[in-house]
Design a protein around this ligand. Structure first.
Ligand SMILES: Nc1ncnc2c1ncn2[C@@H]1O[C@H](COP(=O)(O)OP(=O)(O)O)[C@@H](O)[C@H]1O
Ligand SMILES: N[C@@H](CCC(=O)OP(=O)(O)O)C(=O)O
Length: 368
């Protein structure tokens, strides 16, 4: 709870069963309106909000009059393509009365493994948030395959939380927290208020979902908790079926919190520092001083480039005395970098023939 109060950037995962009434294959419109009110309230408190919402397959099945279960992969993907339009429109309409703009963002697991795509999605999400937009994220089911599927959106939500450096991930579920055993099978199971560390004993308590609609149960939620907490983002599981689920959480509804193991910025720096550099950039005295005072590395301060690298790849940064200052992710290829060595920002477009980014290595992508 304290974490929700103090967080600046919140990712909320909404499962299909909350958004769609499976019996009627219809949107739970009143519930969605209550969620929109909660999102507006969180934004009013100054927090950035990102929604990771499932429901495209369930909505599409309703439109196409397909059964909700036992679909072939292609049928699920077709249903998702039909349902996703409606899903995005439903959020847009629900948030419109609060003057909140929405964006549709479709991603796959591969996107986070490919560093260039990862950096692009990070930059886009960051820009959307800076414009006050609430991104509505879902898996890109059209191109996801059995092998690369997340299985469900729990891990997708954790990945998004890590990508944008969120400090709080809320999983709205059909259960009000993590129990010592699956509570729908074992009535003596007790709920944890707080889990500081995910031990093998905790892992052994997580079971599958039993609703028949669920994909991951607690197993994928623990995987999500591992990913997000290691990257400095606290995670909470709470029941989301009732109206105003976020306000209810804020007001102390039952939940289980998983503590962040570090802070998002430190985790990202460690991740970058652990990469094997693909090239080397030497900088002049001015750039050396600028980097030490927390600035980004501009092409103007570069004196020499070594190696072959693509955008998003790690580079070592070397001082005028030949010492390694640190490393960071490049926003240009080695060919582009060689072309703009020593140039001022306003010259970049004329040299490359297209507008580039001002910094070769942004301060957020740098570990000194
Ligand atoms: N240790 C556990 N604590 C709580 N729920 C558990 C546990 N193990 C398995 N479950 C099951 O996980 C379900 C929640 O996951 P899931 O059905 O995938 O829902 P969703 O992804 O929509 O939140 C619970 O309803 C419960 O049946
Ligand atoms: N991309 C799919 C996600 C399916 C899914 O993960 O569902 P859920 O287990 O309800 O979160 C959809 O929108 O239907």
């Amino acid at each position: 709870m304290a974490t929700l109060v103090s967080s600046n950037r919140v990712v909320v995962k909404i499962g299909s069963a909350l958004l769609v009434d499976r019996k009627k294959s219809e949107l739970r419109a009143e519930w969605l309106h209550s969620l929109a009110a909660d999102v507006a309230w969180l934004k009013g408190l100054g927090k950035d909000v990102i929604l990771v919402s499932s429901g495209s397959i369930a909505l599409g099945c309703g439109v196409l009059e397909l059964p909700q279960a036992d679909l072939a992969l292609e049928q699920s993907q077709a249903a998702a393509a039909v349902g996703q339009i409606r899903l995005a429109r439903a959020y847009e309409q629900a948030l419109f009365p609060y003057n909140i703009k929405t964006a549709q963002v479709l991603v796959t697991l591969e996107d986070s493994e490919n560093r260039r795509r990862y950096l692009n999605s990070r930059a886009t999400l960051e820009t959307l948030l800076s414009l006050g937009v609430v991104p509505i994220v879902n898996e890109n089911d059209t191109i996801a395959t059995d092998e690369i599927r997340y299985g469900d959106n729990d891990r997708l939500a954790a990945q998004v939380a890590v990508t944008v450096g969120a400090d709080c991930l809320i999983l709205l579920s059909d259960v009000d927290g993590f129990y010592s055993a699956n509570p729908s099978l074992d009535s003596s199971a007790t709920r944890y208020e707080l889990i500081d560390k995910i031990t093998p004993e905790i892992e052994a308590m997580a079971g599958d979902g039993v609703s028949g609609l669920s994909k991951g149960g607690m197993i994928t939620k623990l995987l999500a908790a591992k990913v997000s907490t290691a990257a400095g983002c606290a995670m909470v599981i709470t029941e989301g079926f009732h109206h105003n689920p976020l306000k209810r959480l804020y007001d102390g509804a039952n939940s289980t919190w998983f503590s962040a193991q570090t802070d998002p910025q430190a985790a990202r720096k460690r991740w970058i520092a652990a990469m094997k550099p693909r090239g080397e950039i030497s900088v002049d005295q001015g750039a050396d001083r600028a980097l030490r005072s927390g600035k980004s590395l501009l092409p103007a301060g570069i004196t020499h480039v070594e190696g072959t690298f693509g955008r998003g790849e790690p580079l070592a940064i070397v001082s005028p005395e030949g010492h390694k200052l640190g490393q960071g992710l490049s926003r240009y290829t080695d060919t582009e970098t060689r072309a703009i060595i020593g140039c001022q920002t306003h010259q970049i477009e004329a040299i490359l023939g297209y507008p580039g980014r001002a910094a070769l290595i942004h301060r957020d992508d740098m570990a000194l």
